[in-house]
Design a protein around this ligand. Structure first.
Ligand SMILES: *Cc1c(COP(=O)(O)O)cnc(C)c1O
Length: 361
């Protein structure tokens, strides 16, 4: 078996223990004589899987009882529509645009009502988080929307915006379970799981109960109503059953590791190894304002496209894969999610140092 250090932004690295367990259970899940992808989602065995997954997630994130946890499909992108369709009672919402994903969510919301871009960092290629302490929040805004960790640009909200009492909705796809969160500060927390939790296709929505109503925009399809999924325990139709099973295993892995406080410490330690080097390197430099740096996605450049390409090529050959930056930013990006071991980052930095020695003019 030969595993690489996978710095992909998503789908991304998963804990090897989880992959091994899934492999062991592939032919016969706990004496059922079948794999989890072959069983009825209404079976006793599957009921236990989804119920335990929810209970473990609730424990990890300390989710209060007045929040529902929904396991849905369509990825994070489907939420760009579901959120306005379900929450825009006044047909007004405020968006803070800090990257491509927030921009896409904003553009989608424009289809359903009056979406206001109340702050943006597009003027400097989304390399920072704008000051959100006193924004012009709309009086009748149904919610304020953020993308908490910007996967492509490598920025993260270190303090949540002052929403002046309005409901906060956050896309946490790329920082899900990377550190403790105070769920009560949000109306909706959601994320596609393929960045930090599991296989693509599953999206987890944590939503305060009072936001789940029948009062949705006219024409909202049944499948896009939070209420139908909440009322049916994410089993209105066949859920993404195998994906949820893997998510459940990752929750157990995080619990075993010590929970979100420990994840945070690990992630800070890992990110520091890379950022400290970027701050001293004469060849590589980070592209993001220091105080807004993400713990999960670390973009960097040499300033020379050809040299960037050479680095990516040589890194790949050395077993450090998926380091090419997003097509809109160029350069490199190392995504160092929960499942990336610290050795992966340490070895990458060693490799970068050697590359610097050989290529610094
Ligand atoms: C990857 C990503 C998305 C899109 O996820 P899909 O599951 O492909 O729809 C949305 N938001 C953020 C922050 C992401 O990182």
């Amino acid at each position: 078996m030969s595993r690489v250090y996978n710095f992909s932004a998503g789908p991304a690295v998963l804990p090897e223990e989880v992959l091994q367990e899934a492999a062991d259970e592939m032919f016969d899940y706990k004496g059922t004589g079948m794999s989890v992808m072959e069983m009825s989602h209404r079976s006793k065995a599957y009921e236990a899987i989804i119920n335990e997954a929810e209970a473990d997630l609730r424990e990890l994130m300390n989710i209060p009882d007045n929040y529902k946890v929904l396991f849905l499909q369509g990825g994070a992108s489907q939420q760009f529509a579901m959120i306005p369709m379900n929450l825009m009672k006044n047909k007004v919402a405020d968006y803070i645009v800090t990257g491509q994903w927030a921009k896409k969510a904003y553009q989608e919301a424009c289809l359903y009502g009056k979406a206001n871009k109340i702050a943006s960092s597009e003027d400097k290629t989304f390399s920072y988080i704008p000051d959100c302490s006193d924004l012009p929040i709309s009086e009748d805004a149904d919610y304020v929307y953020i993308c908490e960790n910007n996967t492509i640009y490598g920025t993260k909200f270190k303090t949540l915006p002052n929403t002046k009492g309005k409901t906060l909705v956050a896309d946490v796809s790329s920082c899900f379970l990377s550190e403790p969160v105070d769920v009560t500060k949000y109306g909706v927390i959601y994320g596609g799981v393929q960045k930090n939790i599991g296989p693509a296709g599953v999206v987890i929505v944590i939503i305060r109960e009072d936001l789940i109503t029948e009062d949705v925009l006219p024409g909202t399809p049944t499948m896009l109503k939070y209420k139908i999924h909440a009322d049916n325990g994410s089993m209105y139709n066949t859920p993404p059953a195998y994906g949820i099973y893997i998510c459940g295993k990752v929750f157990k892995w995080i619990k075993k590791m010590g929970g979100l406080e420990v994840m945070k410490e690990r992630n800070e330690k890992k990110a520091k190894v890379l950022y400290d080097y970027l701050d001293t390197s004469k060849l590589f430099k980070g592209t993001v304002r220091k105080e807004d740096r993400s713990l999960m996605n670390v973009p960097f450049v040499t300033g020379d496209e050809e040299l960037d390409a050479k680095f990516v090529k040589e890194a790949t050959a050395a077993g450090f894969v998926n380091l090419k930056g997003h097509r809109t930013v160029g350069g490199m990006r190392a995504s160092i999610y929960n499942a990336m071991p610290i050795e992966g980052v340490e070895k990458l930095v060693e490799f970068m140092k050697e590359f610097e020695k050989q290529n610094l003019k």
